[in-house]
Design a protein around this ligand. Structure first.
Ligand code: SF4
Ligand code: SF4
Length: 467
């Protein structure tokens, strides 16, 4: 068993948590690193492909897609714009992003409580990339036994060359991942132009190296250590689990006492101690030791064990994906609470996004000149009108005070502008709330903006009359 390196303060915190938390989930790793994973086929691997491949395709293909002449998904940090399909989000919409994150967190609680670590085992990028790297490793270096021999320095020259080739292929995949990630923030067309001209910026080079290196290290070396020691989710999952949560479990009653396969021994359990469930585990644990924080519910051990059970003519399901106790979902109020909170957050965010006006307008009173009196007895209130065209098309705007146009301006898509605006009235006009009307001459879109007109002279006269 490998000892986990400890950080004193963290250890103390964890120790105190353990004292108060009888539901803690332990961790027992099996192999000394490096843990060489054996891939196995089965239902859960099929599901991982069905879920993982479309997500991977989405990740790699999206930067190549365009929408109305622009990248379909593009985070333009300079312009503080986020293009997602036809949606244009701005930095001030970050509140919506917070709503989305809150909804996502509740959705994760809901899924975790119902079906365990589905996210970790089937769609977390750490898992998807790790399985891709393991698959490449097995294709290039050969079986688990061959790779372990090479680790022990017993490999042939050809195997050493294959190991070097594996690193090259891992490196290329890491590079492709980094280029794709950056393409969400820097258009691919611009990327290629820069590469061809040999003019890649230092910022792009920095991110290219950083993301490639992290991908290479995470999926190639750190692997299960990320899930076990870095990811906070594995630490707080036990808060979300109850005994009706589906997780990968070993049926101890049926499997024990384990031992070599002997059809004549009727007192032996079904586990023949072949160790395959351990060899296929990407997080290097033995599920027969019970539920552990490193288990990502990937189901690889189920696939391996079911295969063994079929081979020895016994019923599958020695390792299963089942809850400890089955209750009707209707009796699980905490589960539905999470579901309702997630749905509410998503509905609020969606409605808020759909109802955003194409023009954002605000008025600020000029603080240096609150009002001005002209020789011809006209009282002027001075404002700054701030406009932001949030739409994809240009706007030709006219601002009306009553029926008089006080400003004509054109705003291109995404443009922000500020204009000084004078509102004029006669000196006997009392203070009042007026409404400015802004109209887009292209589309007929209209918006009203309230403004508070002040007249200190009238106000002063009224006060004096009262006194
Ligand atoms: S114990 Fe089984 S389900 Fe858990 S991580 Fe290992 S192989 Fe996957
Ligand atoms: S794969 Fe099944 S039979 Fe083999 S050791 Fe694991 S639990 Fe036992």
């Amino acid at each position: 068993m490998v000892m986990i390196p400890r950080i004193p303060l963290l250890s103390a915190l964890l120790a105190s948590t353990r004292r108060h938390n009888s539901n803690r989930i332990p961790l027992h790793v099996v192999d000394e690193p490096p843990h060489r994973v054996r891939l196995t086929n089965g239902l859960f691997r099929l599901w991982r492909r069905v879920i993982g491949w479309p997500l991977l395709a989405l990740f790699f293909i999206t930067p190549w897609l365009s929408w109305q002449g622009k990248p379909a998904v593009f985070f333009d940090l300079n312009a503080q714009q986020f293009h997602i399909g036809g949606w244009l989000l701005w930095s001030e919409d970050l509140l919506l992003l917070s709503g989305l994150l809150i909804g996502g967190a509740f959705a994760l609680f809901f899924v975790s409580m119902y079906a365990g670590r589905l996210w970790c085992g089937f769609s977390c990028p750490q898992t998807v990339w790790t399985f891709m790297f393991i698959w490449l490793e097995e294709q290039i270096e050969g079986s688990r036994q061959m790779r372990r021999k090479l680790d022990q320095g017993k490999g042939t020259r050809q195997q050493k060359v294959r190991r070097a080739l594996k690193f090259v292929v891992w490196g290329l995949l890491s590079l492709a991942t980094a280029i794709t990630m950056i393409a969400y923030f820097y258009p691919l067309a611009q990327w290629w132009a820069d590469v061809i001209q040999g003019d890649i910026s230092s910022v792009a080079t920095f991110w290219l190296i950083l993301i490639s290196t992290l991908t290479f290290l995470n999926a190639g070396w750190l692997r299960e250590s990320v899930c076990t020691h870095m990811c906070p989710y594995s630490r707080f999952q036990s808060v979300m689990f109850d005994n009706q949560t589906r997780t990968v479990r070993y049926d101890t009653g049926r499997g024990e006492p384990r031992g070599k396969h002997n059809p004549d021994n009727t007192s032996a359990g079904d586990c023949i101690d072949c160790g395959l469930c351990v060899q296929v585990c990407p997080t290097n644990i033995d599920i027969r030791d019970g539920l552990q924080i490193a288990c990502i519910d990937c189901g690889a051990c189920i696939d391996a064990c079911d295969k063994v059970m079929r081979q020895i003519g016994r019923a599958t399901g020695l390792i299963t994906y089942q809850p400890e106790q089955q209750l009707s979902p209707l009796q699980r109020w905490r589960l539905w609470g999470y579901g309702v909170l997630a749905a509410t957050a998503f509905i609020v965010v969606t409605l808020n996004t759909l109802l955003q006006p194409p023009l954002h307008a605000s008025l600020e009173r000029d603080r240096l000149t609150l009002y001005q009196l002209t020789p011809d007895d006209t009282l002027i209130n001075r404002y700054t009108l701030k406009l932001h065209n949030r739409s994809h098309r240009d706007m030709q705007l006219t601002v009306y005070d009553q029926q008089h146009a006080v400003l004509h301006t054109t705003l291109s898509a995404g443009q922000r502008a500020a204009h000084s605006l004078d509102i004029e009235r006669t000196t006997d006009t009392p203070a009042q709330t007026l409404a400015l009307r802004i109209e887009d001459q292209h589309t007929g879109y209209q918006q009203e903006l309230p403004l508070h007109f002040i007249n200190p002279a009238v106000r002063g006269a009224r006060i004096a009359a009262r006194e």
